[in-house]
Design a protein around this ligand. Sequence first.
Ligand SMILES: [Fe+2]
Length: 211
Amino acid sequence: MIHGVRVEKVVTSGTFELDGGSWEVDNNVWLVGNDEEVLVIDAPHDEAKIAEAVGGRRVVAIVCTHAHNDHINAAPALAERTGAPVLLHLDDNLLWHKIHPDRKPDGYLAHDRRLTVAGTELMALHTPGHTPGAISLYAPDLATVFTGDTLFQGGPGATGRSFSDFPTIIRSIRDRLLTLPPETVVRPGHGDSTTVQAESPDLQKWIDRGY
Ligand SMILES: [Fe+2]
C-alpha cells in the first residue's frame, strides 16, 4: 500500500426510490485519499456528514457508481460545498436527470478512464446490469475495488426493477470483477465488504437462482 493513502467509510441513511416504491436504506460512502486530498465515491442522503469526513481536504472528484437516488442525492450539494466535479458514466444520464433535472454531472467516466488521488490510481470499470451506467472503481495499489450496487457480499445487486438486467450484471461480474486478483477487497455501496476470492465460487449458484 502506498504510504499515507487510506480508505475510509462513512454510512448515511435515507430512502431508495424507484418505480413508485420507497425503501429505507443505509449507504456506504467511500473516501480514498491522504491528509491533503480525497476522492469521494457516492454522495448519498447527508451532505453534511460526508463533508465532515472530508474535513479540510481538497476533494479531487465525487464519483457516482450509478445514478440511483440513494447514491447521488447529496452530490450537487457536496460539489457546491467542495468545488469538486461530479463524475458519472454517460449511460446513467437518464437516471441522473430524473433526480436532478436542473443540474448536469460535471463529467463522464468511460470504461478504463483513470483517476489519480494522493498518488494512487483508480480505474473506472463499466459494470452495467444494476443500471446501464453502473461503474466500479478499481485501485490496484490498494488491492480494492469499489463496486457500488453491482457486487455485494453474497451476490449481485438487484436487477428486478426498471433499467436493470440480470444477464448483463452477471457478465459484468464474471468478466470485469471476478477476473481481478483473488485477494482484491470488494467494497460495495451497501453492507459489508468481501473479497473476489470469497465470492467467485458462488457465480454459478447466482446464475442458477436467477438473482
Ligand atoms: Fe442502486
